[in-house]
Design a protein. Structure first.
Length: 388
C-alpha cells in the first residue's frame, strides 16, 4: 500500500520528479568524478616515473630536470657527456642507465633519441611496423599517431623546441617505421628514434665534439643504490641527480591547497543537490497536505505518513544514484578514450568512490527529509479537511 502511494505521488508530478533526480544526479556524479579524477591523475603521474629511480642531467634545477626527463613538461638544463652515462652504467649499484636526447618536437610531441632499452622500459609494444634500426627511423606513440595521422612509411621533420612551431630541420626528415600500442605512459606522446638521429640532426650545433645525451634515466639495483648514488653523481662535475619520487612529492605538496579546494567544491555540489531534494520534497508536501490529512482521518498512522515521505526521498536518491553512476562511467570512458588513451583507470576504486558517495548522499537525504517529516507529522487534520 505504501509503495503504491509513493508511486502515485511521484507519477503525479513527473517533470518535477525528473528535475529533482537530475539535480541530485549531477551533484553526486560531479562530486564522485572530481575526487576520482584527482586520484586517477595522481596515480597517473606516479606511473610515469615508475622504474626511474634517478634522473641524471646537467647542473641546474632538480625539479626542472625531472619535469623535462620524466614528464616532458619543461626544457632541459643542458647536455651531459655520453661517457658519463657509460661510467654510471658500470657502477655496481646501477641496474640500468638509459641515455635520452631531447630538444626537438613534431606537432607538439617530443622527439626522443635513445637506445633499444627505452621502449621496453616503458612497456611499449608494437602495434604495427618494426623498431628503428638506423638513424632517422622513428617509432611513434599511440597518441602521436592519433593526433598527427602519421602512418608507416610517412616522412616528417622535427622542429627545434617543444612547441608547435620552431626552426624545422628540413634537411633531415624522419621516416615512420613503427607505431606503438597505448601504454598510458608518456611514451604515447613521444617519437622514439636512435640517439644517433639526434646527433645527426644537430651536427654542428653543439660546441662539444664528444657524443652527448640530455639525460640518463637510472634504475638502481636496490634501496642502497637509491640512497647513495645521488651523492656520488652530484660530486661529478657538470652532473646533477634528481630523484623523481622526492621532486614529485614536493610538487604535489605545494599544490595541496588545490586538492583541498577541489574536495570542498565537490562537497558543496553534494550539499546543493541535497538542498534541491529538500526543496522538491517541501513543495510536494505543500500540495499533498490535504491528501495526507485525509489519510490520517481514514486511520493512517503518523508512521505511515513518515514512511511515505522517507520512501519518496529514497526513491529519488536511488534513481539519482543510478543516473549518477551512468554519468560517471560515461565520463571515465570519454576520458580514457579521448583525453588520455591508455590511462589506467581502476574500476574497483571508482566503485568504492561511488558507494561512498551514495552513502554520504543517503545520509544527507535523510537529514534533508527531517524538516519534511516534522511538518508532515504536525499537519492539522481538522483544518485541512475543513478547507476542502
Amino acid at each position: 500500500m505504501t509503495f503504491l502511494l509513493i508511486r502515485r505521488f511521484l507519477a503525479d508530478r513527473p517533470w518535477q520528479f525528473a528535475l529533482a533526480v537530475m539535480l541530485c544526479a549531477l551533484g553526486m556524479a560531479s562530486a564522485t568524478a572530481i575526487v576520482w579524477l584527482q586520484s586517477v591523475l595522481e596515480q597517473h603521474a606516479r606511473r610515469q616515473a615508475e622504474g626511474i629511480d634517478i634522473v641524471v642531467g646537467a647542473k641546474g634545477s632538480a625539479l626542472q630536470n625531472v619535469l623535462a626527463a620524466v614528464y616532458y613538461l619543461d626544457v632541459p638544463n643542458g647536455n651531459i657527456s655520453l661517457k658519463e652515462v657509460d661510467a654510471l652504467r658500470a657502477n655496481p649499484q646501477v641496474a640500468k642507465a638509459i641515455p635520452i636526447g631531447v630538444g626537438d618536437s613534431v606537432a607538439g610531441a617530443r622527439i626522443v633519441g635513445t637506445t633499444d632499452e627505452f621502449i621496453p622500459f616503458y612497456g611499449g609494444t608494437l602495434a604495427s611496423g618494426t623498431l628503428p634500426a638506423a638513424p632517422m627511423e622513428a617509432v611513434i606513440g599511440a597518441g602521436v599517431a592519433r593526433r598527427t595521422q602519421l602512418k608507416l612509411g610517412d616522412h616528417f621533420v622535427g622542429a627545434h623546441g617543444l612547441g608547435e612551431s620552431g626552426d624545422a630541420h628540413d634537411a633531415n626528415p624522419y621516416r615512420v617505421v613503427g607505431i606503438l600500442n597505448p601504454t598510458g605512459r608518456v611514451i604515447d606522446e613521444t617519437v622514439v628514434t636512435p640517439l644517433e638521429s639526434v646527433w645527426l640532426v644537430h651536427e654542428g650545433h653543439s660546441a662539444s665534439t664528444e657524443p652527448e645525451a640530455t639525460f640518463a634515466l637510472i634504475q638502481a639495483k636496490g634501496p642502497i643504490g637509491v640512497a647513495t648514488l645521488p651523492r656520488l653523481i652530484n660530486a661529478r662535475p657538470g652532473l646533477q641527480a634528481a630523484v623523481p619520487a622526492l621532486e614529485s612529492a614536493r610538487l604535489l605538496t605545494s599544490f595541496n591547497w588545490v586538492a583541498l579546494v577541489v574536495k570542498v567544491f565537490a562537497g558543496i555540489l553534494v550539499v546543493a543537490a541535497m538542498a534541491s531534494l529538500l526543496g522538491a520534497l517541501l513543495q510536494a508536501l505543500a500540495r499533498r497536505e490535504p491528501d495526507l490529512a485525509l489519510l490520517r482521518a481514514m486511520g493512517a498512522t503518523r508512521f505511515t505518513l513518515a514512511s511515505l515521505m522517507l520512501g519518496e526521498s529514497l526513491v529519488l536518491i536511488t534513481v539519482a544514484s543510478i543516473v549518477a553512476g551512468g554519468l560517471v562511467v560515461l565520463a571515465a570512458w570519454s576520458f580514457q578514450t579521448f583525453a588520455q588513451p591508455g590511462v589506467a583507470i581502476d574500476a574497483g576504486e571508482g566503485l568504492l568512490y561511488g558507494v561512498a558517495g551514495l552513502g554520504i548522499a543517503s545520509l544527507l537525504a535523510a537529514l534533508a527529509t527531517i524538516p519534511v517529516l516534522r511538518r508532515c507529522l504536525s499537519i492539522d487534520v481538522a483544518a485541512q479537511l475543513s478547507s476542502r
